[in-house]
Design a binder for this molecule. Structure first.
Ligand SMILES: C[S@@+](CC[C@H](N)C(=O)[O-])C[C@H]1O[C@@H](n2cnc3c(N)ncnc32)[C@H](O)[C@@H]1O
Length: 476
């Protein structure tokens, strides 16, 4: 349970300098392992790095890292043979990249959208290729969604109501109805194709914290002038997507580069998807079972995946109650996340919680944020609970990761630093210190050459200081 450090007499500028001092101390403590890595570019830690790679490019999961990054890290920091874990698997980049390198891989993912992407990719790689290709050919040529026929009524959520032009909505309904008649593998791939185009055919755009609506949508939004640009027709978007899946199925055996040629698909590892929250699943995994962990948790940046992936979740049949349940089950990273009583998940997490309770920099940050909340300087009071929840939950996750890793096992984590109300939060240093206290050796904190600011509002008020985007390399 986070201690309540509120000191109502605290002076903000004192506090800032205390934070700066403690932050500098920790920076100096880790100075010898912090490296600026000029080989890595921003595209390596985003889905952009996957855009030329077959299969990976089929779903632009905005929060993904690239397969190139996984390959690069495993080359730089050799990982013993065995099994890899990603407790925040997302679209499964780590799982598929590690499998191609010959490792078995387990991935935990909470959200149905990520689970569906992983399952579809497994089918694309391992399914009955000839049958799937001939069915996709049929769908491309016949366009059954343009024929008269029954429509599946579209499940909508409050935040997705009116998301598509009427013609598009009808075609989606026809498409969903007709794919039910396909064999299970083709059906899953056609559903995946639909999920991958929903944003492009809708009036919305994913915008981190929420879905942003185009002014053309038929909603009560007279002041809205946002124009998302071209809204694709259903035919154009689905045709392009099914074609791309077809191409990748046909050409997948062609190696992308020398590295994959050498590693090849010859000794591909098994992939296993575990559905649910890693806070529930991690404690059930065997100790010392994995030779490596490659992951990127949600960042502490208020991004609400349950809102930005609402179109996809609506199509997948998620209802309002389930959506709220998913939001609360996520690792705390939005202002709406409620406090999770971590001890009820696992008694042994007292260790991680105590480490957080005793970390001066972390407590000073909480203290200052609490003060800013009391004096109404935070633009959202929920930020305090979010930042506290984030670090306590991450500490427990790291404790579990340490337990399930074998001796000498490596853990790689991609994460960004953040800033709230002028307070820079060195997520890299804090999580690395927690990891160290839990037993890890901090091999490197790799910093990408260019940081980014936070919101333009923050930059205006507090001056621009680049926020580090990092990859942490820890060893058990
Ligand atoms: C930064 S993304 C990971 C992206 C992934 N590396 C990729 O390449 O696609 C973080 C993921 O963690 C998932 N997540 C959030 N809270 C979770 C939880 N408690 N348990 C499991 N997964 C969770 C989110 O749904 C999201 O897909």
């Amino acid at each position: 349970m986070p201690p309540d450090n509120l000191n109502s007499k605290v002076n903000v500028s004192d506090c800032l300098s205390k934070i700066e001092l403690l932050d500098r101390e920790l920076y100096e403590y880790f100075y010898s392992v912090i490296i600026i890595n000029s080989v890595l570019k921003r595209k390596h830690i985003s889905f952009q790095g996957n855009k030329d790679r077959s299969y990976y490019r089929l779903y632009k999961y905005k929060e993904a890292f690239s397969a190139d990054l996984v390959e690069y890290l495993f080359q730089q920091y050799p990982v013993l043979e065995g099994k890899i874990l990603d407790p925040f698997a997302g679209s499964g980049t780590a799982l598929f990249a590690c499998s191609s390198l010959g490792y078995d891989a387990d991935g935990i993912e909470l959200l149905p959208v990520g689970q569906k992407i992983i399952e579809a990719n497994l089918i694309a790689r391992e399914g009955n290729k000839n049958r799937i290709l001939s069915r996709l050919e049929y769908w491309l040529v016949q366009q059954p969604w343009n024929r008269e026929g029954k429509c599946q009524e579209l499940n909508t959520l409050r935040i997705t109501h009116g998301a598509y032009p009427q013609t598009t909505q009808n075609k989606i309904g026809r498409y969903i109805y007709d794919i039910q008649n396909e064999d299970i593998e083709t059906k899953e791939l056609l559903l995946f194709a639909l999920l991958s185009i929903l944003e492009s055919i809708s009036y919305t755009r994913k915008d981190g914290q929420y879905l942003r609506w185009d002014y053309r949508a038929d909603r009560n939004q007279s002041a809205n002038t946002f124009n998302k640009g071209k809204i694709l027709s259903f035919d154009e978007a689905i045709d392009r997507q099914i074609n791309q899946i077809r191409e990748d199925l046909i050409h997948h055996d062609r190696p992308q580069d020398l590295f994959s040629l050498l590693q090849g698909d010859l000794n591909k590892g098994q992939i296993n998807l575990l559905k649910g929250s890693c806070l529930d699943i991690l404690p059930e995994l065997k100790s010392e079972h994995y030779s490596g962990i490659m992951t990127s948790p949600p960042y502490c940046n208020r991004y609400d995946y349950t809102r930005t992936y609402a179109l996809e979740h609506a199509v997948l049949g998620v209802n309002e109650i389930e959506l709220v349940r998913l939001r609360q089950a996520m690792l705390t990273c939005t202002v709406e996340n409620k406090f999770k009583d971590l001890i009820t998940f696992n008694q042994s997490w007292k260790t991680a919680i105590n480490i957080c309770n005793q970390m001066p920099l972390l407590q000073q940050i909480f203290n200052d944020l609490d003060h800013q909340k009391q004096t109404k300087q935070l633009n959202n009071p929920g930020i305090v609970r979010m930042v506290k929840g984030y670090f306590y939950e991450m500490a427990c996750t790291i404790q579990e990761c340490y337990r399930v890793l074998q001796r000498n096992g490596k853990m790689f984590m991609v994460n960004d630093n953040v800033r709230y109300a002028g307070i820079s939060i060195s997520v890299d240093l804090i999580l690395s210190k927690i990891a160290e206290e839990l037993g890890f050796t901090i091999k490197n904190i790799m910093v990408l050459p260019q940081g980014k600011g936070n919101s333009s509002q923050q930059m205006g008020r507090h001056g621009r200081q680049p926020l580090r985007k990092c990859i942490y390399v820890w060893e058990k």
